[in-house]
Design a protein around this ligand. Structure first.
Ligand SMILES: [Zn+2]
Length: 363
């Protein structure tokens, strides 16, 4: 079966982010969003037809169209500010970890000012304790955005498909809040850049095991960028807990342009692929002229971060279904944390995308 090769855009700077673990329910844990993920995926693309391309630097335009200037300024400087404080000396903490979250329940209608203390401000932008900032976090997150934008360039220049090896991942980042091991929303930036380049309707389809609450929020009131996601049911107790339910379908001009398909824990290829096919059909009806795939492979059976049980063949079939839409497609890496199988799952999905696109092109 012939498959269209997919250029793989990467950047060595995506290895710079070293969170040194995360704090989960108050306990430091090793975490799993490591730089080794980049090398596992690169290794799997060796000896394939996929061409490696290094990302080029891009301006902040598309980034500022989906994120607040305040979020970007915070992420760019907060680690230096943290080191300039006495957090290392006093408590031995050299990573930016928030302890205080000004939620809607705390504010209760009062206007919010910007916190003077760095440890107070940290929770104004970060909404969990897992997503810590270290010395290389900004350069890696910004490089991941450049990977996504370079992949967009390839597609705008005529490549049918391109893959951005983004790390850290991005789909949990809202307009001004980061969390879920994500700092900048690579997929949202890619979708926005496609719109800015003249694509009229863009779809983001998210097959990561978790609901991409950030991408969903950014486009929730927009009709020009739709968001569809299959993920483990937050109603069964999974991150992001309070959003990602089936009754969230968009508002205003975005009414009907969001679709969530939550799956019961333990779901495997049949249920998962039925959901992917449903999202594919829904996207086809919307007559989009570009697609962004939030390609998380943490729905795989071996992955420690989700209870879904998708196989490598499942990922290949999902790629085939989405490639079958036959529209220019940018696939953006999201989650996937089982180092021995991670790269193979990504390559399986890229192969499927190539096969599906080839079939669509011959129709
Ligand atoms: Zn995930």
């Amino acid at each position: 079966m012939s498959t269209t090769p997919v250029p793989v855009v990467w950047s060595p700077a995506t290895r710079d982010h070293d969170p040194s673990g995360e704090i989960w329910i108050g306990v430091p844990t090793p975490g799993g969003e490591d730089a080794e993920r980049v090398d596992a995926i690169l290794a799997a693309t060796d000896n394939t037809a996929h061409q490696l391309i290094e990302a080029t630097a891009h301006a902040d335009d598309a980034l500022l169209a989906v994120h607040s200037p305040g979020l970007l300024a915070h992420l760019r400087t907060v680690h230096d500010e943290w080191l300039a404080g006495d957090y290392v000396e006093q408590v031995g903490q050299d990573r930016v970890v928030p302890y205080f979250f000004p939620t809607a329940t705390m504010l209760d209608g009062l206007p919010m000012h910007t916190a003077a203390a760095v440890h107070g401000r940290a929770g104004q932008f970060c909404y969990d304790t897992m997503t810590v900032v270290g010395p290389g976090t900004w350069s890696a997150a910004r490089a991941a955005v450049d990977c996504a934008l370079t992949a967009v360039d390839l597609v705008l220049d005529g490549a049918p498909l391109a893959y951005a090896l983004c790390r850290p991942p991005g789909h949990h980042v809202t307009r001004q809040g980061y969390g879920g091991s994500c700092y900048l929303n690579n997929a949202a930036v890619a979708a926005q850049a496609l719109r800015a380049a003249g694509r009229e309707r863009v779809a983001v389809l998210d097959i990561d095991a978790h609901h991409g609450n950030g991408t969903a929020a950014i486009f929730y009131d927009r009709g020009d960028v739709s968001y569809g996601s299959v993920h483990v049911d937050p109603g069964a107790g999974w991150f992001p807990h309070v959003v990602g339910h089936a009754d969230e379908t968009g508002v205003g001009e975005g009414a009907g342009a969001t679709r969530n398909v939550p799956l019961t824990p333990g779901g495997s290829d049949p249920e998962w692929l039925a959901a992917v096919a449903e999202l594919r059909d829904w996207t086809h009806e919307a007559a989009v002229d570009a697609l962004v795939v939030s390609l998380g492979v943490d729905a795989a059976a071996d992955d420690p971060e989700s209870p879904l049980l998708v196989t490598p063949d499942g990922y290949r079939d999902a790629g085939r279904l989405l490639g079958g839409l036959g529209v220019p497609t940018v696939a953006v890496q999201e989650g996937g944390y089982h180092l021995p199988s991670l790269g193979g799952l990504v390559v399986a999905c890229l192969e499927g995308l190539g096969v599906g696109f080839g079939h669509a092109a011959r129709r």
